[in-house]
Each structure stands twice: as C-alpha cells, then as structure tokens.
Design a protein around this ligand. Structure first.
Ligand SMILES: Cc1cc2nc3c(=O)[nH]c(=O)nc-3n(C[C@H](O)[C@H](O)[C@H](O)COP(=O)(O)OP(=O)(O)OC[C@H]3O[C@@H](n4cnc5c(N)ncnc54)[C@H](O)[C@@H]3O)c2cc1C
Length: 466
C-alpha cells in the first residue's frame, strides 16, 4: 500500500467515528483500524452478534447518543477502509504495524489521527491478583457487552464517575452489590461545586445513581482506605478502613477496582510526539494544540487518548482534529465550527477539572503499600522490590524497570506504571514528575508467538525488538 495521501485513524470510538465522518464528508477515504470487533469504543461498545438487548438496557441515559454514533459509523462503512479486530502494536517511520485476522501487516500513512481512548487507572492493593478481582472497566465490559456479572456478590471500590455508574448498572441489572466504597470524601467536592455545575446533566446522573442505590439499601461509604483483598485461592472479602479509621470487612466473591481512566498514549509516543507531565492527571500526556495537532509532523490526537475528558468531548475533539487536518491540507473547512467546538471544549474542561478534584486519585495510597504487595502482575514485582532496586540508583522509572523488570511484561506498564512511579518518587523523596515515565516500547500489546515470528521474518532487522 502506498503512503501517498493516506490518512490513518486508529480507534473507532466517539473520537475516531466523528473524525472519519468529517473526512469522508470532504471526499477523503481514511483507513480506520480498531482492535475491537466493531465500532463504538469503550462507552458505546456494541454487543456481539446474536445478542438482542435494547440500547436503553445497555446504555441507559446514553442510549440515544449510542444509537446516533452507531448509525453514523454504519453510514461510513462503504466510504472508509475499515479494519476491525486489528491491533496496532507499533509505529515507526510513518508506518503502523498491525496484527489482525490475517496476521501481521503494515500500513504506511502520510497523516495519522490517534483516537486510542483510555484504559482503567488501576491502583494495586494487597491481594489484587486474587481471582475475583477485576478492573472497574472490565466489570462493565462483561455486563455491557455480554450481559454477564463478574460475581454473585460484588464490591465496587475506587473513585471517579465509573464507580457509581457501574455499581448502579450492576444493581439495576439485578446483581447483588455488597458495597460501594469511594476513596474520595464528600468534602473534596464542596469547594468545586461551581465547576461541577458546568456539567449539570452528568452531575445529575451521578447523584441519581447514588440516590437510587441508597434507596435500594446499597451501602455507599466515602473516604475509605483499602487494606487488602482477602482469600486463599480466590477472593472471599475485602478489608478497608472507614473515614473514621475503623477497620471493616465486607464479604464478596468479586471486587471491581478503578480510579478513573488514563489515556492510552504509547502509540503517540512511538509516533514521535513530545510528552509532558500533567499535574492534574499525575501522568505524562502527549502534547497537542487546542485543535489536536501533535508535535510530530502529520500526527493529530483526539479523544481520551489525548487526555481524559469524556465521551461528548471525544466526539467534539474527533471532529475538530479532522477539521484542523483538512485546514492544514489547504481544504477550507469550517472555521466557525472550529471556534464553536473549542468553546464547548473549554466549558467541558472546566467540568473535567472540577470532577478530578471532587473525585481525586488518592495520592499517597500507592506509596504507602506494604513491601510484599505485587505491583507488576506480569513479572511478579513487589513494592519492596521497587524500593530496594532503587536504593543505589538514580531516581528514574526506566532504571527501576531495568533493575526489577517492573513494566517489562505483557502489559508494558499500562497497568502498573503509575503505581510504580508513585512508589519510586515517594521512596526517593522527589516530585512524581521527576521519576519520568515508562517509555513506550513495541509491541505495545501482546503478540501471539506465531505472529511475532511472522513479524520477525517479515523484517529481520526488527526481530530483536519484538
Ligand atoms: C473500560 C471503559 C469503560 C467506560 N465506560 C464508560 C461509560 O459507561 N460511560 C461513560 O461516560 N464513559 C465511559 N468510559 C469513558 C469513555 O469511554 C470515554 O470517555 C470515551 O469513550 C472516549 O472516546 P474515545 O473515542 O476517545 O475513545 P474510546 O471510546 O476508548 O475508543 C478508542 C478505540 O481505540 C481502539 N484502540 C486503542 N488502542 C488501539 C490499538 N493499539 N490498536 C487498535 N485499536 C486501538 C479501542 O479498541 C477503542 O475502540 C469508559 C472508559 C473505559 C476505559
């Protein structure tokens, strides 16, 4: 395939769909790659063939938006080159390396639009590797995609909007929710009420979920601190400290944990985008301007992959980045619309900032984890290993990786990287920004052994990095 003029979009969620809509509307034919079997992204994930639950049942208040986005995508199918079930595992020299139903392939491009979304922000706790412990998003995917619950008696713990949404969805679907445990305190929200009102509808939905659960007898506790997930060979309960510091135990056979969403930005890094530390998100994000232009030439970013702002913002940012791309190609494209979208995004950003303060990531929790807590599940590295591995070395997370193998396994640090950096920064007594980030490295997603061999044969020079 020739790269001449090729526009490659990675991600068929709200951002990627709206970007493709704009480009096709101007007579262009982008290639769109997504590792999911169908479009919709995380929030508007579609159900597998043969499942017949209504949109209302799956998406609740968001049913109309989900249907509109699905209809938009379905109308685009003949006007784009769509590769579903296809993961991009590396980007190098304006070429995306993919793995799909027909094995490995390469897609050369001239312009890249990254709409890769986010993934659960996870904080390890003692016992989190026991069977029965899931991420918040994973527990929602089971329910949303396939109508399955992760257990018979489920505890939801963490913070962020998904905590209340997913626990409500389980209870509403007939599941037994043993408790909803929030590490945020009510007092966190009080100073930011004006900002929260910028997203009045989202705020109202969150309050409605909580009230519905309280009315139905579900315990909601705020300001808690997790102690440990317990069980011998599988989860039987969770110990935690109440806001008043009293230890409590709640019996459960499944636990969903999550502290919001973090951007998937390894591909942006591999595409050569500059990264900068974002104090609010407490992580490194790809740099881009207000319309989504990244620092690397010909690369645009949109949606949660460029910084988490939610699904409505993802649609606006997808449209905006595509309009910017067109303008950069000299195609006159909706200057007024771009101004309008930027205005809406500024408003949503004020809401986003308030939400982050109202339901904050619990600073200090990872740093205080006992030495024997597993941090990197793939390589079995504990908090103590990270602390010990760094006692003589400079405070840099990639050195910790080299010494301890943290983040060297299948997930490439996507799950453990944030906690490992927090532990390291605390141990060294330096700000989080100073320990750096785990550098994105191919393959960013696990490759089957057979496929890795195929990729190596295809390009022997790259074999050692696979
Ligand atoms: C598990 C989960 C559940 C969520 N549930 C809700 C919810 O119920 N309600 C809500 O308001 N918000 C929810 N959110 C947040 C919401 O999904 C996002 O705000 C919104 O979907 C962002 O849209 P997006 O287009 O930026 O990304 P997404 O919708 O995440 O879409 C990104 C797409 O990129 C694809 N992709 C990523 N990396 C690759 C790769 N390397 N190769 C190929 N394809 C790739 C993914 O398969 C995905 O389809 C959830 C987030 C997560 C992570």
């Amino acid at each position: 395939m020739s790269a001449a003029g090729n526009i490659l979009i990675i991600g068929a969620g709200p951002a990627g769909t709206r970007a493709a809509e704009v480009l096709t509307g101007h007579g262009l034919r982008p290639i769109l790659v997504d590792e999911a079997p169908d479009s919709g992204g995380q929030i508007y994930r579609r159900q597998p063939p043969g499942f017949k639950r209504s949109a209302k049942l799956r998406y609740g208040f968001e049913a109309k938006k989900a249907e509109a986005l699905h209809a938009c995508f379905d109308g685009l199918r003949t006007r784009i080159d769509y590769c579903s079930d296809t993961s991009v595992w590396s980007i190098e020299n304006k070429t995306a390396f993919t793995m799909g139903p027909n094995g490995v392939d390469r897609i050369p491009f001239e312009t890249l639009l990254l709409c890769t979304g986010g993934v659960d922000r996870v904080l390890p706790i003692p016992g989190w590797t026991l069977p029965g412990v899931y991420t918040m998003g994973g527990s929602q995917i089971a329910l949303k995609a396939q109508g399955c619950a992760i257990g018979r008696r489920v505890v939801f713990m963490g913070s962020g909007p998904l905590l209340y949404l997913v626990s409500y969805q389980y209870a509403h679907a007939g599941g037994t929710v043993a408790a909803v445990l929030d590490t945020a305190r009510l007092s966190d929200a009080l100073p930011v009420i004006p900002g929260l009102l910028m997203g009045a509808f989202t705020l109202a939905k969150g309050l409605w979920y909580q009230n519905w659960m309280r009315f139905n007898g579900i315990a909601i506790r705020r300001g808690i601190r997790p102690v440990a997930a317990e069980g011998d060979d599988r989860l039987t309960g969770l110990r935690y400290l109440t806001a008043a510091g009293r230890e409590r135990h709640v019996a459960c056979d499944a636990l969903a944990i999550g502290w919001g969403v973090k951007p998937e930005c390894q591909l942006a890094e591999l595409a050569g985008c500059d990264m900068a530390f974002d104090a609010m998100a407490r992580q490194w994000l790809p740099v881009c301007d207000a319309e989504g232009r990244a620092s690397a030439e010909g690369v645009y970013l949109a949606g949660d992959g460029a910084g988490v702002m939610g699904a409505d913002a993802a649609e606006y940012r997808g449209e905006l980045a595509a309009l910017a791309l067109l303008a950069d190609r000299g195609i006159s494209a909706g200057a007024a619309r771009r101004r309008h979208l930027k205005g809406r995004l500024r408003r949503l950003m004020r809401f986003r900032v308030a939400l982050e303060r109202a339901l904050p990531y619990p600073e200090g929790l990872a740093a205080a984890l006992p030495d024997d807590t597993i941090i990197c599940r793939c390589e079995g590295v504990t908090a103590g290993d990270i602390r010990r591995g760094q006692s003589l070395e400079p405070q840099e997370i990639n050195r910790a990786k080299a010494f301890t193998r943290t983040g060297m396994g299948r997930c490439q640090g996507r799950m453990c990287g944030i906690a490992a950096a927090e532990i390291l920064a605390h141990h060294k007594g330096v700000p989080l920004s100073e320990v750096g980030r785990l550098r994105g490295q191919a393959p960013i997603k696990p490759l089957h052994i057979g496929i890795a061999g195929e990729a190596a044969e295809d390009d022997p020079e790259r074999a050692s990095s696979i």
